[in-house]
Design a protein around this ligand. Structure first.
Ligand code: ADP
Length: 382
């Protein structure tokens, strides 16, 4: 069975839960289980749980675990030892995908962190790609194709994938509406005539949603291109159309036009703007400003000029604590650097060179955060 989900976000949440389980379980075991249950037609309920036999979490602390966003005023101390951002961000990500996250725990016996979400079932891909779509997604675009005729599905998919894009395919409008709610696409290619919910109604539904999906570009794919029909597509909320049968160059140029980086917010070097924008849309402008302030504080405390900890273990912990927060906001290469520094510090190799790079990068990032924050604050004021 093939499901549509946001694999990057799912991986982030899972890694966060697994990392925590390992961190807080000195001995014993950690079980990861994934279960599927049927729910409504065309979708399944996916539940992942990470169970550990570690230290457990006291009841009074449990409620606050996922809530650091609600405390963003920069002055809250690190009462959890780590950055305490991982679970708050995981919760935001899971909720962004329409799911729920929670924990059950018995002190000294262990904890079970779980999340559950409904995922639409996808059409089976004709060609199973190498597991490269994740990294290529950075350059290629993430596309959703809603099209009911298998031959057309395969044709469009072949052209788009060969051009380096990653494509999810659904065969009716309802599945398209479900898909855009669990995953952010750069562009939706929408057939007009489909059984069940057609492309026009699906577009109206999408435009009525809350969150990032509302602004996703939608391009109609249709044989009907009379001016009055085109006007109807526009009225339904579609951005453009492409005639059918489509030609390869026409299809690729419509993708280039609507799904280019420039169509999204400014590309900020070293910052993955799609991750950043998604997080900003998810938590809102104001909280994003607070979150960035916290991240800058954390980076300064751990790697700033007066932080000069020389103890490898402490440096490893500092680096570890910043891996998920930096990557979840979109500072991907800084996150990688943190990961590398942690690894080196835990080995016997020399860590001074990498640490120097991390400190420099960290202070650049703090400066960049200041710029981004003032832009965000300006746009709030405007
Ligand atoms: P971080 O690990 O960076 O502090 P998290 O938000 O991921 O941030 O976790 C917050 C806190 O929740 C941890 O510091 C820890 O006190 C507690 N915690 C998370 N997972 C577990 C677990 N599996 N067992 C015990 N405590 C946990």
């Amino acid at each position: 069975m093939w499901l549509i989900g946001d694999e990057d976000r799912l991986r982030q949440v899972l890694l966060n839960l697994l990392n925590n389980a390992v961190k807080f379980t000195a001995r014993g075991r950690i079980d990861l289980s994934v279960t599927l249950s049927g729910s409504k037609e065309g979708a399944v309920q996916l539940r992942c749980s990470v169970q550990d036999t570690g230290i457990g979490i006291p009841a009074d602390k449990r409620d606050r675990l996922f809530q650091r966003f609600s405390q963003v005023d920069g002055s809250i101390g690190r009462d959890f030892g780590g950055s305490g951002l991982g679970l708050a961000i995981s919760k935001a990500l899971v909720e962004r995908m329409g799911g729920a996250i929670g924990v059950e725990s018995v002190i000294d016996h262990g904890s079970t962190f779980w999340f559950a979400l409904e995922l639409p079932v996808a059409s089976e891909p004709a060609i199973v790609l190498e597991a490269s779509s994740n990294s290529s997604g950075r350059f290629g675009r993430r596309l959703l194709l809603a099209e009911d005729v298998p031959l057309n599905q395969d044709l469009a998919r072949a052209i788009l994938e060969r051009a380096g894009h990653s494509v999810d395919v659904v065969s009716d409008g309802a599945a398209a509406v479900a898909a855009v709610q669990v995953k952010t696409y750069d562009l939706v290619l929408m057939d007009i005539q489909m059984p069940g919910m057609d492309g026009m109604s699906a577009t109206r539904h999408i435009r009525a949603l809350k969150g990032a999906a509302v602004r996703m570009p939608i391009v109609a794919m249709t044989a009907n291109v009379l001016p009055e029909q085109v006007a109807e597509f526009r009225a339904a909320g579609m951005d453009d159309h492409i005639g059918k049968p489509f030609r390869q160059d026409a299809l690729l140029s419509v993708v280039a036009r609507w799904a280019s980086d420039g169509a999204h917010a400014a590309v900020i070097s070293d910052l993955d703007s799609s991750v950043f924008n998604e997080m900003r849309d998810m938590v809102g402008h104001e909280r994003m400003v607070g979150l960035l302030a916290m991240l800058a504080d954390e980076l300064t405390q751990r790697f700033g000029p007066s932080s000069h900890s020389h103890e490898r273990k402490q440096i490893a912990e500092d680096a570890h604590a910043m891996v998920s927060a930096t990557s979840m906001v979109g500072f991907a290469s800084l996150a990688t650097l943190c990961r590398e520094v942690e690894t080196v510090c835990r080995s016997k190799e020399d860590h001074t060179v990498l640490l120097g790079i991390l400190r420099a990068r960290s202070s650049e990032t703090v400066a960049r955060i200041a710029t981004i924050r003032s832009e965000l604050t300006l746009s709030l004021a405007g």
